[in-house]
Design a protein around this ligand. Sequence first.
Ligand code: SAM
Ligand code: SF4
Ligand code: SF4
Length: 338
Amino acid sequence: MGKTMIKDQLNRPLRDLRISVIDRCNFRCTYCMPADIFGPDFAFLPKSELLTYEEIELLARIFVDLGVEKIRLTGGEPLLRKDLPILVKNLSAIEGLNDIALTTNGVLLPKLAGELKEAGLLRVNISLDSLNDELFGKINGRNVKVQTVLNGIKAAQQAELFVKINMVVKKGLNESEIVPMAKFCKEQGLQLRFIEYMDVGSTNGWKMDDVITKKEIYEILKEHYLLEPVDPDYFGEVAKRYRYKGTQTDVGFIPSVSESFCSSCTRARLSANGQIFTCLFNGNGHDMKELMRNGASEEEIRQRIIDIWSGRKDRYSDERTEETARYRKKIEMSYIGG
Ligand code: SAM
Ligand code: SF4
Ligand code: SF4
């Protein structure tokens, strides 16, 4: 079947796919995998429950047939998944896929950045929430030093990957780092994206009061810098971007809580254990692993994905309240990726 005809079967556009390749992580960020819950006895997925690379590639090919142009690999910490460059290489061979990106805490980039670039990775988002060692060690829950992540950033730049920095801002935790992070990234020519703290999963104890909104961060930045709005690059671009006047450096905001963008959401998510989620905050995944392992044909899998996406009605962020945050069943970030 021709690609346009297949895309026409979807009643909502599907442009981008996030794939979590592993649920484990070498960090225990307080806002994502709090150490008291994700402790030594936490039952992570056994290897047999993770999708194999062949299974991921098959699903990715079908998603690309259905209109996906961008794939982002995430986790947990994706660089902990063995032989990740092999997956990147095979994904980059898929015709019609224009962009392969990765979100990582950066620790293993000095080892892997070159290989990943060679395999076809184009872009990497590296998470860094503070430049202060003591605070960063507390946030990442493992006392990892800022320099370790800076080494990862440098390795990604040296490998000529396009780098963005993700900073989650949480009230009472790291708002003091907004200006130092902006200054550092501006000086380095790195695009920084401030991410509003979200109620992902049910373990991070999220409260609306803990959110520092895009507007609040913008007001703080405006006291130090002249900022000009930048037009979105494409329909559904999630980040609201500004440019430091007189430079080529952008700073962005992901205002998932204060300015929801559900009406333009074109993103599907595939969890580490092979479930499709049509929304980051939807607790009901659609199991593709069993379907594939029970011998479904490619056509049957494709039809299942078409049915799932066509039946999609998610608009969680449009409807979010303190109540929905507490009571709705939601998938953990480490299963599904950011
Ligand atoms: N381990 C990798 C990392 O940290 O970049 C990839 C997975 S992580 C779940 C993906 C992104 O989600 C990171 O940028 C992280 O900061 C962000 N994130 C995690 N928990 C969050 C939360 N509660 N609110 C907003 N962003 C969050
Ligand atoms: Fe790990 Fe990333 Fe979650 Fe931090 S945000 S605990 S690095 S998955
Ligand atoms: Fe998309 Fe769900 Fe986020 Fe809305 S809340 S933008 S539907 S992922």
